[in-house]
Ligand binder design. Sequence first.
Ligand SMILES: Cc1ncc(COP(=O)(O)O)c(C=O)c1O
Length: 409
Amino acid sequence: MTDIIRSVKDLIEIHGKPKREVYLDSENSGLIFPEALEEMISCYRETGYGHPSITHKIGWMSYEKIFKSTQILADFINSSVDEIAYFHSGTEANNVAVTGLARAYKNRGKKIIVSSIEHFSVIFPAEKLENYGYRVVKIPVDEYGFINVDSLSNAVDKDTLLVSIAAVNHEIGTIQDIRGLVEIVKDKNPQTIFHTDAADALGKINFDVDRLGVDLATFSGHKVYGPKGVGVLYIKEGIKLEPVIYGQLSTQRLWPGVENIPAIAGFAKAIEIIRNNFDTFVFHMRSLRDDLIDGLLENIPYTLLNGPKGDRRAPDNVNVSFLYCEGEALTIELSMRGIYVSSGSACTSRLLEPSHVLLAIGRKHEEAHGSVLMKVTPMHTIEDVKYVLSQFPQAISRIRSLSPLKPEE
Ligand SMILES: Cc1ncc(COP(=O)(O)O)c(C=O)c1O
């Protein structure tokens, strides 16, 4: 670890401070709204540092903080307060949605259906259940990441316990027609439970649990410019879940131990800001996204956009493959220029494995390896995008000049 820190420091010294710094890696770890951070600090100092189950003034204040935060979240997704459960992350909420459901409905079905492009925090717990007699079916997607509805319809049967499909794909920004998919599933088996991982949907598209008809939905604090370390599961009234960890007294049946109230309050503050500015934020992000995508595709040869264009792409998502270019090397080169992005999949980049999402949409290994994922936020500006576009061509040329792969003459 200290070696990594030292080598990063050495690199910065050699290259000097960049003219500008633009953090575009909110897929891995999101930026926070300053107001959400302030809310967390005031919670730690004044309004939410107690245990909400304890009967003294500080405990009551803390309870009130959770309750009011939950009301903000519930209003935003059109659920009731009782349908919101907190967790330590989106990863944990997804794990509970899959594993907790299987534990609660032992006698229902043994088939779990996911899409081939789900986040690993859905795929891995589903695959773990194969050790306990469950069968996991992965539904293919088309070249833009849209679910193959015939495959989904054919796969759902009376043995299907759960279907889990993300509302917005975290890597390529594909926005699924969740309401249509829920109808297909419930037509085939009304008892099948529909979960959507909405970590990348909340705050980017309209998300109304009632209109969509989902039974379970996952959210994550840092994906909406709130704090890390808090996730939420919407659990429709009547749906049962068993905990996956056990512990002490808590207001949360599925989150044992003391609640992270500052994180919950910071999450709610971020939601409040988004709710008050939703249309403006979406318009702003779309415009930055399109400037970035168009600028890269127009000015850099051998470049491919991953995922759909236009309205069915998440407003924040830019994912581009640069042929004859090694993505990891590119992230380092861009970092020296003050531009922070991730390559391949955010979750797999350290493993140097090509992204399973890019492979599922038909990209070749080398196209997946040469990909860069960026997310714009309401906090980015047009100057940020101009700076990024001014640096990319040189960065790509440099990395391509080092690559053994060259375009055919
Ligand atoms: C679609 C999706 N689901 C789940 C998660 C996991 O959330 P967390 O980072 O809060 O564990 C992420 C995180 O990036 C995500 O993009």
